[in-house]
Design a protein around this ligand. Sequence first.
Ligand SMILES: Cc1cc2nc3c(=O)[nH]c(=O)nc-3n(C[C@H](O)[C@H](O)[C@H](O)COP(=O)(O)OP(=O)(O)OC[C@H]3O[C@@H](n4cnc5c(N)ncnc54)[C@H](O)[C@@H]3O)c2cc1C
Length: 417
Amino acid sequence: MKLAVVGAGWAGLACAVHATRAGHQVVVFEAARTLGGRARRVDGDEGLALDNGQHILIGAYSATLAMMRELGVDPDAALLRTPLQLRFADGGGLALPRLPAPLDLLAGILFGARGWTLRDKASLLRTALGWRASGFRCAPQASVAELCAGLTPRVMKELVEPLCVSALNTPVDQSSGEVFLRVLHDALFSGRGGADLLLPRVDLGRLLPDAAAAWLSQHGAPLRLGRRVQSLQADGDRWHIDGEAYDQVVLAGPPWEAARLAREANPHWAATAEALRYEAIATVYTQGALRPLAAPMVSLRSGPGAPAQFVFDRGQLGGPQGLLAFVVSASATEREALQSQVLAQAAVQLQETRLRVLQTVVEKRATFACTPDLVRPPVRIAPGLLACGDYIEGPYPATLEGAVRSGAGAALQLGSA
Ligand SMILES: Cc1cc2nc3c(=O)[nH]c(=O)nc-3n(C[C@H](O)[C@H](O)[C@H](O)COP(=O)(O)OP(=O)(O)OC[C@H]3O[C@@H](n4cnc5c(N)ncnc54)[C@H](O)[C@@H]3O)c2cc1C
């Protein structure tokens, strides 16, 4: 079967690899000159390979890790694995020891939470036991803030808010409790090391997209870079992409582009995709740090005037010494103000007063806003027309793992579409 995959982000690449392996004749169209979509390498201003945004993977990303291995990328070399830790520069916050789940969480709460009172710890234990008793399920309308009503302000500030914003990229009062619990469940119960943090030691291109491109080319699947698909038209039981005929098409672009191309085939599907709302993520890269950070990833105390939630020491992650990446999730501040606020935050919290901004990448539509009771579009659009991407119906928020699973899932449905 002749198949077109429109978009070479992580979902489209996963779909193309799975479909090629299943014996289909695949052509991939990518509008940009670089592969990887919202998780891609960016050539830095001073010749450095940066990313469009600092990414974190976790041990429970089983589909992504399996795909990396299959494409010849060794996750143990490409990713730095550490037990989950959300430590601030002043030493406060939580770190889990390396123990089988859920003992790691239990020991982490009891012994690894610095600066927490007995009341803080008891509130978390009680709430976590309640989640476990309910099978990590809640009403679809519940927000993360509602789910966590029994937690103390410190546990909210030092654990739930950073976890929620890094996993769902949506503030706690607007985030889906159901999706949050699913992420927690999979991280804690998907097997040993599921909650481990996996920090890239190579740029995002080398983590998966480059290897996927090489694999596709070796297996005879052309990748057309710089080719933005303009139109999609049904013709009997085939589909025309800018006039070229295909038996089936998988739309692997972001929701707004998939909606544009699918509108004629299924206006209801397009309207569902267009109804999604977005959150931004900004990454501020700075140079000139005088000392290495206490860990490759450090939590920051965020609030008004202090926008970054995390900082990554790229010098400890395969990059040059002194290069830091500050991550501002759910960012709403304008670029110039954001940069000055991040520098001021670094001076206070890291005692780094000589940093200078190297480059700031703002992704305005980084992820869909993962709100309660959200309706997401399904994989099937019309006979012979499917979609994949992090926003397609599924249990996960907008993540690499959601994208890869969605791509693999769409490939499985080919032929039966
Ligand atoms: C700054 C930032 C930080 C993030 N941090 C994390 C993190 O720490 N952990 C995590 O798991 N996830 C993170 N994410 C989310 C993750 O990057 C996304 O969920 C994932 O990359 C989405 O992949 P996708 O393939 O679904 O879509 P996309 O990456 O959007 O891919 C779509 C592709 O389609 C192409 N395209 C669009 N229109 C057309 C057209 N008409 N013709 C041809 N091609 C087209 C685009 O150019 C793009 O390459 C982050 C995202 C951002 C932006």
